[in-house]
Write a protein that binds this ligand. Structure first.
Ligand SMILES: NC(=O)c1ccc[n+]([C@@H]2O[C@H](COP(=O)([O-])OP(=O)(O)OC[C@H]3O[C@@H](n4cnc5c(N)ncnc54)[C@H](OP(=O)(O)O)[C@@H]3O)[C@@H](O)[C@H]2O)c1
Length: 324
C-alpha cells in the first residue's frame, strides 16, 4: 500500500512518490511508443501512484494528451498537475486572459474539466506574482483548478503570492546534488503550510548510480546541457555515488531509493516526482516510499553529504542553449 502525503492549504492528497511524465514526450531523448507510455503511466497507478506531473510545454501538448488518456478511467482517483508558461511581452492580452486560454487548451488535451494542481512553470519577470495569484484564486473559485503552485520561485515570490491566494505546492529542483532551496524556500514552505514537490529528485538519473562516463546523450536530452554529466564531473561526483551504494547495501535498497527516502524522511510535506520510462525503475522509485530511514541514519547521511563537494549543476540558461 503506497503511503500518502497531504500538501498545501487545499489539503491535496498525493502518493508519497509521484510520477514525472515529462520524459514520455520531452527532455530525455528517444521516447517510448505512445501505447507503451500509456501502459507505463497506468502501471504506476496500479502500484499506488496517484500524483502525475505534466506541462503544456512537454512535447508541445503531446504529454498532456498521453497523461489524460492513460488516466481517463481513474480520473477521480488521481491528482493531475500541469503547468502554464506566459510572458507578458509575448502579447498585449492581460495575464488573466492568457492563463484562461492556456488552461482551456490544457483541459482539452487532458480530457478533463479541472486540473488538481496548476503551476506557473516559471515566475514571469514581467508580471507581478500578485496578479497571477489573483487569477489563480478566481480559477479555484470556479472549480477549474483545485490548487496552484509556482516552480523555481524565490522565497520572496512565494510569500507575496501566498498572501493573495494560498499556494498548494512549490515545484523546484531538489536532490542530494542540488540543495539550494534548503536555505530559504523549503523553510518558507514549512512555515506557510505549502507542499514542496522536488523535480529531478534523482538529479536526472545520476543518483541511481547507473551513469557511466562513456554514456552518450542525443537529441533533446537535457543531460547534454547538465554539467553533472560532463565526463570529468561524473568521475568527480563518484564519492556521492559511493555513499549511496554504501547506504543502499545496508538498507537492502537501491541508490535511487535512498536518494528519494532521504528527502521523504526530511519533511512530511515533500512529495518527489521522479520520472522513468522503464517498468522496473518505476517500481523501484515508487518503492522508495517503503524505505524507512531512522533519525540516526539520516544524521549519518547528512554528516557524510556535508563532506562531499558536488561538481556541475542544471540551469535553465544551459538548457536554453540547446534550442536551435
Ligand atoms: N518544473 C520544472 O521546471 C521541471 C523541470 C524538470 C522536470 N520537471 C518534472 O519533474 C519530473 C521529474 O524530473 P526528472 O525527469 O528530471 O527526474 P529524475 O527522476 O531525477 O530523472 C529522470 C531521469 O533519470 C532516469 N531514471 C529515473 N529513475 C531511475 C532509476 N531508478 N534508475 C536509473 N535511472 C533512472 C530516467 O531514465 P529512464 O526514463 O530511461 O528510466 C531519466 O533519464 C519530470 O518528469 C517533470 O514532470 C519539472
Amino acid at each position: 500500500m503506497m503511503k500518502n502525503r497531504t500538501i498545501g492549504s487545499s489539503k491535496l492528497e498525493v502518493s508519497a512518490v509521484g510520477l514525472g511524465c515529462m520524459g514520455f514526450s520531452h527532455g530525455y531523448g528517444a521516447t517510448p511508443e505512445r501505447q507503451e507510455s500509456i501502459n507505463l503511466i497506468r502501471y504506476a497507478f496500479e502500484l499506488g501512484c496517484t500524483h502525475f506531473d505534466t506541462a503544456e510545454g512537454y512535447g508541445a501538448g503531446n504529454n498532456e494528451e498521453l497523461v489524460g488518456e492513460a488516466l481517463r478511467d481513474v480520473r477521480d482517483q488521481v491528482v493531475i498537475a500541469t503547468k502554464f508558461l506566459i510572458r507578458e511581452s509575448s502579447t498585449t492580452d492581460p495575464a488573466d486572459k492568457q492563463i484562461r486560454s492556456h488552461l482551456e487548451a490544457s483541459l482539452k488535451r487532458l480530457g478533463t474539466d479541472h486540473v488538481d494542481l496548476y503551476y506557473q512553470h516559471r515566475v514571469s519577470p514581467d508580471i507581478p506574482v500578485e496578479e497571477i495569484a489573483e487569477c489563480m484564486g478566481q480559477l479555484i473559485r470556479e472549480g477549474k483548478i483545485g490548487g496552484w503552485g509556482q516552480s523555481q520561485a524565490t522565497a520572496e515570490q512565494i510569500r507575496r503570492a501566498h498572501a493573495v491566494t494560498p499556494l498548494t505546492a512549490v515545484q523546484s529542483e531538489y536532490s542530494m546534488m542540488e540543495r539550494m532551496f534548503e536555505r530559504e524556500v523549503i523553510p518558507a514552505c514549512k512555515e506557510l503550510g505549502i507542499g514542496f514537490v522536488p523535480f529531478s529528485p534523482l538529479a536526472s538519473g545520476f543518483l541511481s548510480g547507473k551513469v557511466r562516463v562513456d554514456d552518450q546523450y542525443q537529441g533533446d536530452d537535457v543531460r547534454r546541457a547538465i554539467t553533472r554529466f560532463d565526463s570529468a564531473n561524473i568521475a568527480a561526483n563518484q564519492p556521492l555515488v559511493d555513499l549511496l551504494h554504501r547506504f543502499a547495501d545496508e538498507k537492502h535498497a537501491t541508490p535511487a531509493q535512498i536518494s528519494l527516502a532521504w528527502m521523504l524522511d526530511k519533511e512530511d510535506f515533500i512529495a518527489p516526482i521522479p520520472g522513468s520510462r522503464k517498468r522496473e525503475r518505476i517500481a523501484e522509485n515508487l518503492g522508495a516510499a517503503e524505505v524507512e530511514i531512522s533519525a540516526s541514519e539520516l544524521e549519518q547521511i547528512e554528516t557524510e553529504l556535508a563532506k562531499i563537494d558536488i561538481h556541475g549543476n542544471r540551469t535553465d540558461e544551459d538548457i536554453a542553449k540547446m534550442r536551435p
